[in-house]
Design a protein around this ligand. Structure first.
Ligand code: ZN
Length: 114
């Protein structure tokens, strides 16, 4: 249930932004959720709907885009999509890798009514 806390802070960011921009209503929120975060999009959406009730984001639709896990090999420089259970470089079989994508979680854009 760790989605609740993260959803709360996402909603707070969205509402903050809306307030600052003189927005009447938030129509939709586009989110990016990295595969490695472990957040379940459905759970985030459920929490969002519940938390948004009574705020400027009430009834807003949530568009969630999953960001796949990507790695880059420090040995041969190859960039590749990886599976969470296997980070090994497909180019050289090396294990000295850096995660370059899939750990992020952020609001990409908001659609609002002013
Ligand atoms: Zn490699």
């Amino acid at each position: 249930m760790h989605e609740l806390a993260i959803t709360q802070s996402l909603l707070a960011v969205a509402l903050d932004h809306a307030r600052g921009a003189g927005v009447r209503r938030i129509l939709s929120v586009r989110l990016k959720i990295g595969e490695l975060t472990g957040y379940v999009p459905e759970a985030v959406e459920m929490n969002f709907l519940a938390l948004a009730a009574g705020t400027a984001a009430e009834g807003a639709s949530l568009v969630i885009e999953a960001v796949p896990l990507r790695c880059s090999c420090r040995k041969c420089g190859r960039e590749y999509p990886a599976r969470p259970d296997d980070f090994t470089c497909p180019g050289c079989g090396g294990g000295d890798i850096a995660v370059t994508g899939g750990r992020e979680m952020f609001i990409e854009s908001l659609e609002v009514e002013t």
